[in-house]
Design a protein around this ligand. Sequence first.
Ligand code: AMP
Ligand code: MG
Length: 338
Amino acid sequence: MGRRIIAIALAAILLAPAGCSPSNEPVAVNRAALGTFVTIEAWGPDRGDVRDAIEAAFDEIADVEAELDAYREDSAVAAINSDPFGWHQLPASAVEILDATDRLEVQASFSSALKGVVALYDFDGPGHVPTDGELSAALIAAGLPQREDGRFRFPGLSSSTAMPGLDFGGAAKGLALDRARTKLRDSGAVTAALVTAGSTTVTVGSKPDGEPWRVGVEDPRQPDTVRLIAEWTGDAALSTSGDYQRYFERDGVRYHHILDPKTGRPAEDTRSLTVVGRFSGLDSDILSTALFVDGPEAAIEYARANGLGAFIVDSEGRTHLAPAPADSAVELTEQVGE
Ligand code: AMP
Ligand code: MG
């Protein structure tokens, strides 16, 4: 799973300008977290204080994982999933994700209740192509989850024997990076920072050399080829969702991990989708997944209507670009292959 995601992170780092003077060098820490590698680069007058702030930021990320990681036995979400038809108090991070999904109006394409459906594909094992019967049972079980006063439960419909579960894999990284960014900002020690989990990157402040943040987005079929360069100064977020990050192939068909909640099948029209703008990491992470499902046309329309930049490589390898609005001062430059 991690290999391609790391390639995006490397693109982000390799694009940083070379030749910084020593005082402009960031403190950089790379660590396994959130099912991938997270890198924090941060600048500030006192490198020791910057280092402490980075440690505190990684602690925040670990706290989010302890709440949301459905695949960790001791997480709050794993506890809910082990008894999905009983009422449970949701951790604040889960409430934040569910509320953001509603606020962004992407409930039709983004669902945090797909664990039972995702599990059918056995992406982390040899891979399995679910039957129609398996898919419909899992979709019925996911049903319309109920929420009341911060509590949550699945409906427990007797017409399905499948077990539903919460899976925040489409949004947890964005939320965790936001928490890390807030910690860095509030430390008072950090004047500028980039936090990246590869598929999502957030920034705060501006680098001391005045250079913009530069993040490269790789080609979904050629990880060493950068297809888009995004540049900005100050606070922003960028997320990429791809059909190459978690998948298997069977009989020449690629079964990837971004599922249309309406059918339970991998979304068909997109290979990779990137959103970038002056929004939170959480919003960017939710939207890259949701707009991937919606397909290129609807994605470009959503980006235009909501003042975001978007870059899509569709299922035919064609590219689609919605430039970020001029007043956002986020520059997107498509890289044309040689
Ligand atoms: P991302 O890489 O952010 O696009 O997230 C993909 C992950 O989110 C998958 O590996 C699943 O765990 C989960 N997921 C898949 N499809 C959806 C969907 N339509 N809405 C929300 N989460 C999803
Ligand atoms: Mg996402």
